[in-house]
Design a protein around this ligand. Structure first.
Ligand SMILES: [Zn+2]
Length: 110
């Protein structure tokens, strides 16, 4: 009886060790994926949007300096090209573009 119990315990321990290893490795894979995703969100110098010339230097909605932090969305409005840090800011600008354009603090920042 005692031997049987010990055998069972060994099998259990082995199974647990195997499971722990599997979980450990799958976690590592997940973490690797996350790192890739977060690095995508960082401003990349290779981002072609950052090479364009914009008529604004500051995101109209959030007032962020797009020349420093990068552009992830753009909008053509009345023949000018505006850059925005995010789609959300662009959408907010589109709701009432003229009210933002009369804000001289933004345009005269150049
Ligand atoms: Zn913004």
């Amino acid at each position: 009886m005692k031997i049987k119990h010990n055998k069972l315990l060994t099998i259990l321990l082995n199974t647990m060790a195997l499971l722990t290893l599997t979980v450990f490795f799958s976690c590592q894979e997940k973490e690797g994926g996350n790192t890739l995703n977060s690095s995508k969100q960082l401003i990349q110098p290779e981002n072609p949007l950052n090479k364009l010339k914009y008529d604004n230097t500051i995101d109209f909605f959030c007032k962020m300096d797009i020349t420093r932090y990068g552009v992830s969305d753009t909008l053509h409005y009345k023949g000018k090209l505006y850059g925005f840090c995010s789609k959300m800011c662009k959408d907010e600008f589109r709701k009432n573009p003229d009210s933002y354009l009369t804000d001289k603090t933004v345009l005269e920042h150049k």
